[in-house]
Ligand binder design. Structure first.
Ligand code: BGC
Length: 516
C-alpha cells in the first residue's frame, strides 16, 4: 500500500548504519496502520451477514433474506440494498477525501501528526461503531473510520519509506500490503467467533475491536520520533542530523544527510507537481498511475474481501460455513502475499501479473459457469455440498492469484515508475483512483449481482483479460532497476519510448537522490 507521497534516497548508494530499534518500531507502526485498513475491509462483510445486525439496521434486507417477501426466490437479489452497501462503501469515499487533507498535514506538520490523527479518529470511530444505536450513527462512525484510513494510508507509507534503510525499503512497501491481508484475516476470524455469541450483540464486538489497533497506532504515534526528512523539510536541519544518527545507530551519517538536504532542496524547486505530471513527457507514467489502481479494483477482489460471507450465503452456504469460507479466503490471501514478497524480485513484476491474470480469468469463468448451471437466470437453486466445495476451491484459486499479482503489485509498481519531480503527484493519483473504485465496487456489487447475475463473474473475467493484455504489451519490467534510473526503461519501451526526451535519460544522475 502507499500514500500520497513517497521518499527515495540515494539511488543505489550505500550509507552507513543499519536496522535499529527505531526502524523496528517504525515497522510496528506501519503494521498497525495496515492492520487497521485490512480489518475494515474484512469486517463489514461478516457483520452485514449477521441477522441481529440486519434486523436492527436493515430490516427490509433482513425480511428478504428470511424469505418473507415476494421475490424471495431470487437468490441473486436478496441482499440488494443501497443503504446496506453504503455502510461498507462510505468508508472509502471518506478516505478518498481525507487523504488529500492528510497530504498537506503530513508535509506541513510532520508524519507523526498525521499518524496521530489517524489513530485518534479511528479510535473514536470504532467505539461509536460498536455502540451505534441507529443507522445515522452507524454511517457517521464509518465515515470517521474512513478519515482514519485516509490519514493512515497517506502518512504511514511515507513514514516507513523515510525511516527504512534503503536496502529494506522495497520489502517494507510490500510488508504494508501483508499487514492489510493479515487485518482482513483477523476480521474474518473475529466475525466467525462473534457470530456465535447468543444475545445478538456479536456484531458490536466485531466493530468495536478495531479500537485495539487504533490505540496501538495512537500510542506509537505519540512516542515515535518524526523522520529526519520531515525535520529538514520543516527547517530544522540540526535536529534532523541528530535524529538520523539516532535511527541509523551511527555518527557517520554525512552522506545520507547531505543527500537528504539536497533532495529536499530539489523537491522545493519542483513547484508544481500537478502541472508537471500533465506534460506530454510524463504521459506514460500518468496513464499507468491511473490504470493500475483502476484495473486492480476491476479484478473484482473486493467483492470477495467485502462480501465473501454474503456471497457464500447467496450461494446457499449456511451461516457458519459462510463465515468459515471468509476465513479460508483470508488465509489464502495472507499466504500468497508472502509468496509474492519472496519471488517478486526474482521472477519480476510482469511474470507475476501475467500468471496471476490468467489464473484469475480461469477461476472466475469456472465460478460463473457453476453458478449459471445451478442458479440460471432466475436465481433459484442451491449447491450440493460437493459443488459448494468446488466453488470455494475456485474462489481460493482466484484470491491466491490476486494476492501474488495485482494485490501487492498494484501498490508497488506505481510507487516505482515515476521520476522524482512527479512522484508525489503520481502517488496521490494512485491512492485516490484506488479509493474511488474501491468505493464504486463496494457500492455497486450487490446491485450488480442482482442484475448481472452469474454474468458478474464473466464481467470481471473480461476486465482481467483486458488488463492482462495491457500488462503484456504496455507495462515495462521494473525488476532490479534503481528507482532514479527508471527513465531508461521507459525510453527503451516500444510504445512509450517516444514520449521520453533524450535528456531525461542522459541527465538521470542529476536526480540521484531526492525526497518528495
Ligand atoms: C487492495 C484492496 C484489497 C486488498 C486485498 C489491496 O491491494 O488495494 O482493495 O482489499 O488488496 O488483499
Amino acid at each position: 500500500m502507499a500514500g500520497g507521497g513517497i521518499s527515495v534516497q540515494g539511488g543505489g548508494r550505500n550509507y552507513e548504519g543499519g536496522v535499529t530499534v527505531f526502524v523496528v518500531f517504525a515497522c510496528v507502526a506501519a503494521a498497525t496502520g495496515g492492520l487497521l485498513f485490512g480489518y475494515d475491509i474484512g469486517i463489514s462483510g461478516g457483520v452485514t451477514s449477521m441477522e441481529s445486525f440486519l434486523s436492527k439496521f436493515f430490516p427490509s434486507v433482513y425480511h428478504k433474506m428470511k424469505n418473507e417477501t415476494a421475490d424471495h426466490q431470487n437468490q441473486y437479489c436478496k441482499f440488494d440494498s443501497q443503504l446496506l452497501t453504503l455502510f461498507t462503501s462510505s468508508l472509502y469515499i471518506a478516505a478518498l477525501v481525507a487523504s488529500f487533507f492528510a497530504s498537506s498535514v503530513t508535509r506541513r506538520f510532520g508524519r507523526k501528526i498525521s499518524m496521530l490523527v489517524a489513530g485518534l479518529v479511528f479510535f473514536i470511530g470504532s467505539i461509536l461503531n460498536g455502540i451505534a444505536s441507529n443507522i445515522i450513527i452507524l454511517i457517521i462512525s464509518r465515515l470517521l473510520l474512513g478519515v482514519g484510513v485516509g490519514f493512515a494510508n497517506q502518512s504511514v507509507p511515507v513514514y516507513l519509506a523515510e525511516m527504512a534503510p534503503t536496502k529494506i525499503r522495497g520489502a517494507l512497501n510490500m510488508g504494508f500490503q501483508m499487514a492489510i491481508t493479515i487485518g482482513i484475516l483477523v476480521a474474518g476470524l473475529v466475525n466467525f467467533g462473534t457470530a456465535k455469541i447468543k444475545g445478538g450483540y456479536g456484531w458490536r464486538i466485531s466493530l468495536a475491536l478495531a479500537a485495539i489497533p487504533a490505540l496501538i497506532m495512537t500510542v506509537s504515534a505519540i512516542f515515535l520520533p518524526d523522520t529526519p526528512n520531515s525535520m529538514v523539510e520543516r527547517g530544522h536541519p540540526e535536529k534532523a542530523r541528530k535524529m538520523l544518527q539516532k535511527i541509523r545507530g551511527t555518527d557517520n551519517v554525512n552522506d545520507e544527510f547531505q543527500d537528504l538536504v539536497d533532495a529536499t532542496e530539489a523537491a522545493h524547486k519542483v513547484e508544481n507537481q500537478w502541472g508537471n505530471i500533465m506534460q506530454p513527457r510524463y504521459r506514460p507514467q500518468l496513464i499507468i498511475c491511473v490504470l493500475i489502481p483502476f484495473f486492480q479494483q476491476l479484478t473484482g477482489i473486493n467483492v470477495i474481501m467485502f462480501y465473501a460471507p454474503v456471497l457464500f450465503k447467496t450461494l446457499g452456504f449456511g451461516d457458519e460455513a459462510s463465515l468459515m469460507s471468509a476465513v479460508i479466503t483470508g488465509g489464502v490471501n495472507v499466504v500468497c502475499t508472502a509468496v509474492s514478497m519472496a519471488v517478486v524480485d526474482k521472477f519480476g513484476r510482469k511474470a507475476l501479473f501475467l500468471e496471476g491474470g490468467l489464473q484469475m480469468i480461469l477461476c472466475q469463468i469456472a465460478v460463473g459457469v457453476m453458478i449459471a448451471l445451478q442458479f440460471g437466470l432466475s436465481g433459484q437453486g442451491t449447491f450440493t455440498n460437493a459443488e459448494a466445495n468446488w466453488v470455494l476451491v475456485f474462489i481460493c484459486g482466484y484470491v491466491a492469484a490476486f494476492a501474488w499479482s495485482w494485490g501487492p503489485l498494484g501498490w508497488l509498481v506505481p510507487s516505482e515508475i515515476c521520476p522524482l519531480e512527479i512522484r508525489s503527484a503520481g502517488q496521490a493519483i494512485n491512492v485516490s483512483v484506488n479509493m474511488f473504485f474501491t468505493f464504486l465496487i463496494g457500492q455497486g456489487f450487490l446491485t450488480m449481482l442482482c442484475h448481472l447475475k452469474f454474468g458478474l463473474f464473466f464481467f470481471f473475467a473480461g476486465w482481467v483479460t483486458v488488463m492482462t493484455i495491457f500488462v503484456a504489451f504496455f507495462l515495462p519490467e521494473t525488476k532490479n532497476v534503481p528507482i532514479e534510473e527508471m527513465n531508461r526503461v521507459w525510453k527503451a519501451h516500444w510504445f512509450w519510448g517516444k514520449y521520453i526526451p533524450d535528456e531525461a535519460v542522459i541527465g538521470h544522475d542529476k536526480h540521484d537522490k531526492a525526497v518528495v
